[in-house]
Ligand binder design. Sequence first.
Ligand SMILES: [Zn+2]
Length: 284
Amino acid sequence: MTDFDPDALPATGAAQRLAEQVWRVVAPNPGPLTGAGTNSYVITGGRPIVIDPGCDDPAHLGRVLEAAGGSAAMILCTHSHPDHSPGAAWLRERTGAPLLGQPAPHDGHQDPDYAPDGDLADGARFDSGAGTLVAIHTPGHASNHVCLLLEESGVLFTGDHLMSGSTVIIIPPDGSMRLYLESLRRLRELPLTALLPGHGARIPEPLAEIDRVIAHRMLREERLVRSLAARGRATLDELLPEVYADVPKFMHVYARYSLLAHAVKLVEEGRARVEGETYAWRGA
Ligand SMILES: [Zn+2]
């Protein structure tokens, strides 16, 4: 384990120390949606806590366990996507620590082996040995998503609700753009000092980042509204190249999910109607 500049880019390998009692270990699962890999976090202290064990890779999980000092009191999952929770079983078996997380939805996008021992309800509080950790339910990226706040220091473990360097994917119907934005506005009210995302580097200016993400999503929604209003009626495949003209083509397969999420939000708000594959603009 080595001391590390907390703002350096994450890299797979040795645990990186971000604060007195907070370590990051990057899982070896890099990709277009995961960046350098999933960030597993360890809060050391009297009751070591692991947040998001990442993929089920024994070398990675061995580094997580080493950072925790060889034992863990709790394993917490921000949500149950397959890049965040599968390593929990390995850690649970070796430490006896319970896995806490909200129950998984059944939408075909979850870790099939995710089986929490207990819930991670909104407002749940834990003594981590390094301060109080508070669960904050943040549906949007996934309906069972929670962020975790180290209350005394204002550090927020954001899971996939906010990530540095890329846009969070939202897959309806479990993912919801409307709830995602509501959750962001809720986080805005907290006295945050730094964000530790599930992917990418530490984000040092939480409020600016949250406002940037809200503005980015609203700009995308405006582009959809403009395209749909101009056409009157259109399918997602017709709208995609217009609304995401600035996004490289190879990312359109992912962007299409977010486009769907924006379209569903317009339907929920009564601004559009959907008939089969076609969205119709209703105005306003
Ligand atoms: Zn996720």
